[in-house]
Write a protein that binds this ligand. Structure first.
Ligand code: URP
Ligand code: ZN
Ligand code: ZN
Ligand code: ZN
Length: 510
């Protein structure tokens, strides 16, 4: 295998990668097991002009059609990563993957769409979006945006309406941590939740008690603990559990659906699970690093080795990841993201004397599909159909782009992967396609390999070769009022009618 499979020339380089540049617009995937979130069958998949035209056994085609044999393999919807940060300016640095290199890495790992977080500029959503529109021009796969809310006033409130009604954004993220930069308070959280509800947009939270984490950092520095392990010690699971519970209760008070990003601990997972049992509409997103890693590396004496695992909330002690896996398998958590936010060794070294200055973030966009397969399916914890649900379909439903995305069926976008369950994969910074010089999953070997990735009807990953072009990715607009909003109005009516009697009494006495 070649040492650098990713020809990083930045322009159309299909030839040099050894894949024919004649890209047929007609494609037949023959004889594979086609998997959707609720069923699977042996069938052919016929694609024309980027759209799936037919899914049934024994489709006959002419010889102008490119045929891919998928016998004995799984044909599945491409992965959708709900949580990435490409070209993200954060903690005095910028993530090493931009919209081209990050997406190329994604495609090599079987992910065909991602949703990235737009960060406002000085609180302005419109300026933030403008900046991300520029960053994403070089995209080589489809993408969507969430929008972060970092301050509150009438302008922001109006801009939220513009985002939803004109810009195709249907989710807003609130950071309960990162005191002094992105963090917001409960008052803003409540106003934001209220506005989300009125727009049919999904409220998302980074749930950690930011004041607690700040206090924990003071404590570590006082104790003389300045290494990467200080990061984990300063923000223990209790802070994640507390913020998760607070966000859930406030979303319940407003009566709007809530999405908790990067669920890293048992503490947070249990809050989500309990709320769901009581009927509240709460979604929990574990990320692949949290599912399969533990905190042991943070104590590695080599700074760079330890620092590459620094993210927030922290990767937890052994036991948390296994519990998150179990929660994913029984439905307490619903979909898997990555929080792909890679910084290379030089960037991580900003915190060599002080863990508080280590840029927070790990990789995962290229590894998620393989690691979820290996850890969840190969181990017998979930079925192949569940795999499709947690890596693709549920994300498409939550962000209201199903069945255009997240399904192998006539009319859907031709974002398709072919996975060979009998082949194996190995992860290394030497062979990955991210620009990062490290990989938190270094050395992982597992079963089940994405052998083919089709993005918008084009074969972009085949024979371990990428063929991607900047500018070929499309922005996917997402409409408000996903399925999570079903029933919200009914619950409101019930609440209001429960108030009627006391409201009348109050009026009578004034
Ligand atoms: O450490 C992390 N998670 N970095 C990315 C920003 C965020 O909080 O999602
Ligand atoms: Zn190549
Ligand atoms: Zn976060
Ligand atoms: Zn994130």
């Amino acid at each position: 295998s070649e040492s650098s499979q990713f020809c990083d020339a930045g322009i159309g380089y299909g030839e040099s990668c050894g894949v024919s540049s004649s890209s047929s617009t007609k494609l037949l995937i023959k004889g594979g097991t086609v998997v959707n979130a609720h069923d699977m069958e042996v069938a052919d998949v016929y694609v024309e002009d980027g759209i799936i035209v037919a899914v049934r056994p024994n489709i006959k085609v002419g010889d102008d059609v490119t045929v891919l044999d998928a016998t004995g393999k799984f044909v599945m919807p491409g992965g959708i990563d709900p949580h990435t940060h490409l070209a993200f300016e954060f903690m005095g640095s910028e993530t090493i993957d931009d919209f081209f290199s990050g997406q190329a890495a994604a495609l090599a790992g079987g992910t065909t769409m991602h949703i990235d977080f737009v960060i406002p500029v000085n609180g302005s959503l419109l300026s933030g979006l403008e900046a991300y529109e520029k960053k994403s021009k070089k995209s080589c796969m489809d993408y969507g945006f969430h929008m972060a809310i970092t301050k509150w006033d009438e302008v922001v409130s109006k801009e939220m309406e513009i985002m939803v009604n004109e810009k195709g954004i249907n989710s807003f993220k609130f950071f309960m941590a990162y005191k002094g930069s992105l963090m917001i308070n409960d008052e803003l959280l409540l106003q934001g939740f209220q506005k989300c509800k009125s727009l049919g947009a999904l409220a998302m939270v980074h749930a950690e008690n930011g004041d607690g984490a700040y206090e924990g950092q003071r404590r570590m520095i006082e104790l003389g603990i300045t290494g990467p392990e200080g990061h984990a010690l300063s923000r223990p699971p209790v802070l994640e559990g507390e913020a998760t519970a607070r966000a859930i209760k406030l979303a319940g008070f407003v009566n709007t659906p809530l999405y908790v990003v990067h669920v890293m601990s048992i503490d947070a997972m249990e809050e989500i699970s309990e709320a769901r049992k009581s009927g509240q509409k709460v979604i929990g997103e574990p990320v692949v690093s949290g599912l399969v890693l533990n905190d042991s590396w943070l104590w590695d004496p080599d700074f760079i080795t330890a620092a590459k695992y620094v993210m927030s909330p922290p990767i937890r002690a052994a036991g948390h990841g296994e519990a998150l896996q179990a929660a994913l398998s029984m439905g307490a958590l619903q979909l898997v993201g990555t929080d792909h936010c890679p910084f290379n060794s030089t960037q991580k070294a900003l915190g060599i004397d002080d863990f508080q200055k280590i840029p927070n973030g790990v990789n995962g966009i290229e590894e998620r599909m393989h690691l979820v397969w290996d850890t969840m399916v190969e181990s017998g914890q979930i079925s192949v159909t569940d795999y499709v649900r947690v890596t693709s379909t549920e994300c498409a439903r939550i962000f209201n782009i199903y069945p255009r995305k997240g399904a192998i069926r006539a009319g859907s976008d031709a974002d398709i992967i072919i996975l060979n369950p009998n082949s194996s994969f190995e992860i290394s910074a030497k062979s990955h396609h991210s620009r990062s010089d490290t990989n938190v999953f270094e050395g992982w070997r597992g079963k089940g390999k994405v052998e083919v990735t089709i993005s918008g009807g084009r074969v972009v990953w085949l024979n371990d070769e990428l063929k991607v072009f900047p500018g070929s990715g499309k922005y996917v607009e997402m409409r408000p009022f996903s399925y999570l909003f079903n029933g919200i109005g009914k619950a409101d009516e019930k609440y209001l009618s429960s108030l009627k009697a006391p409201v009348k009494r109050f009026r009578a006495t004034t």
